[in-house]
Design a binder for this molecule. Structure first.
Ligand SMILES: C[S@@+](CC[C@H](N)C(=O)[O-])C[C@H]1O[C@@H](n2cnc3c(N)ncnc32)[C@H](O)[C@@H]1O
Length: 442
């Protein structure tokens, strides 16, 4: 590592700023911020600091609140981020306290105009030294008396998420899920060609590559996948195995006509296109033009054909024959992606769950209408709230019960499946049409 460790910490702070100020996702912001650091060791340390500061934000804020004389929300955001970075080092790393505090003082001085540098440095110094003295005597909530508060603090998750999991599964399983949600997932790739050759190539790079559970999956040690030639030239696609399972649940055959609703940036659309082959058709609908462009770029890189349409997927696709397979990978709270972008837990609120579950029903209505008699429908969301998963699937059963037969329904979990927390529901449409779909949103 560099002499003082300051460049690595500065890069971590840059990533935290991008996440908080620009709404960037950490799985993109962190690799971008650490990419220019001098050594692997610096990059790895900076990534660890940035991701863990995001993971443990709630616990860090609580601990800082124990030593601050005013609410943390009153501290200006740039200094609040420095305090969190410092608190993380004091509470959850083996970094010597003096190094943690001194580097944070330097960073604090850089965050403000020169005339305020001394004051900002002194403030951060005082708060972090006070926290250093309290590390052993913080009032952690007792697990017996208040299991939800204990889980929230000790696993670093918001109370509403913990309450939901605790109510459904009890303390031990909730802790297992939340703990797994804090584990960096390593790198999972989908091989678009010869998987064995890809594994050998990654092993030559010392990335400890092994086959995953899916026939096209490769697991490897973490790192920035964009640095890999295989990813740059489309022989490998960074993709969680849960996403591969969504596509595999569709059972696409060569020559199939496939509709992918809500398709950007195209991770699943390109896999669908590979399975449908050159005689098949994949139509991908995406609302946001820049995300639609990402589908086109991914298809070009991987050498597959996709007809990309920019549009609103709640509007039924005009296609009289219907599609053999319709995938709806709906917008959702994304809580199941927490291993890769831990800030999702702080960005989402219970009201998002409600709003999204309404949109998911409207999208699903349009998806049902596009499946040909005898065809297959797959609904997926990368989350685990009941409102966005089983409730939506049950609503679909009720609304379209005459036309659809449930085939499969499962929730993948980071603790038991070692994947993103993805929900997958599959229906087959009966051969005879059972009449018009219900009104969207009904
Ligand atoms: C979960 S992501 C899809 C990920 C994608 N299937 C993949 O595997 O790469 C949901 C996508 O739906 C898009 N979206 C949201 N609302 C939409 C709508 N009403 N119509 C079409 N696309 C929509 C979002 O822009 C986002 O790209």
């Amino acid at each position: 590592m560099s002499d003082t460790g300051l460049p690595a910490r500065r890069a971590a702070l840059t990533a935290l700023t991008a996440v908080e100020e620009d709404g960037a996702w950490s799985n993109l912001a962190v690799p971008a911020a650490v990419g220019d650091l001098a050594s692997d060791q610096d990059r790895s340390f900076a990534s660890h600091l940035a991701y863990d500061t995001l993971r443990w934000e709630g616990m860090l804020d609580w601990a800082l609140g124990e030593v601050l004389s005013r609410p943390l929300t009153d501290v200006e955001p740039s200094l609040r981020r420095v305090l969190r970075l410092g608190a993380l080092q004091l509470l959850r790393t083996g970094v010597p306290p003096r190094a943690a505090v001194d580097t944070c003082v330097s960073l604090a001085r850089e965050q403000v105009p020169a005339g305020r540098a001394k004051g900002a440095g002194g403030f951060v110094n005082g708060v972090l030294r006070a926290l250093g003295r309290r590390v052993e005597s913080l009032p952690w909530p007792d697990v017996e008396q208040d299991p939800v508060a204990n889980l929230a603090r000790t696993t670093g998750h918001p109370r509403w998420m913990v309450t939901d999991l605790h109510r459904r599964f009890g303390t031990d399983r909730a802790r297992a899920i939340l703990t797994a949600d804090n584990e960096p997932p390593g790198l999972t790739l989908r091989a678009t060609g010869d998987r064995d050759a890809l594994i050998a190539e990654l092993q030559d790079l010392d990335l400890a590559a092994t086959p995953g559970a899916s026939a096209v999956a490769v697991r490897a040690r973490g790192g920035d996948p964009r640095r890999l030639d295989a990813v740059r030239d489309g022989r490998a696609v960074p993709q969680d195995e849960a996403s591969m399972r969504v596509v595999e649940a569709a059972e696409v055959r060569p020559g199939a006509r496939v509709l992918d609703l809500c398709a950007g940036p195209g991770g699943k659309a390109t896999y669908l296109a590979a399975l449908a082959g050159p005689t098949g058709t994949v139509v991908a609908v995406e609302q946001h033009p820049h995300r639609a462009r990402l589908i086109e770029e991914a298809a070009a890189r991987q050498g597959v054909d996709i007809e990309v349409r920019v549009g609103d997927a709640t509007v039924p696709v005009d296609d009289p024959g219907g599609f053999d397979v319709v995938l709806l990978d709906a917008p959702c709270t994304g809580l199941g992606t927490g291993r890769r972008r831990p800030e999702v837990r702080w960005r989402r609120t219970p009201s998002d769950v409600n709003d999204l579950s309404v949109l998911q029903r409207r999208l699903l209505d349009a998806a049902v209408a596009a499946v040909r008699p005898g065809g297959r429908l797959v609904y997926a969301v990368c989350t685990w709230t009941v409102a966005e998963t089983d409730d939506v699937a049950r609503w679909c059963d009720d609304a379209h019960g005459g036309a659809l037969t449930p085939v499969d329904r499962r929730q993948l979990w980071p603790d038991t499946d070692d994947t993103d927390g993805m929900y997958i529901a599959v229906w087959d449409r009966s051969d005879q049409d059972a009449g018009p779909a219900v009104t969207p949103g009904g």
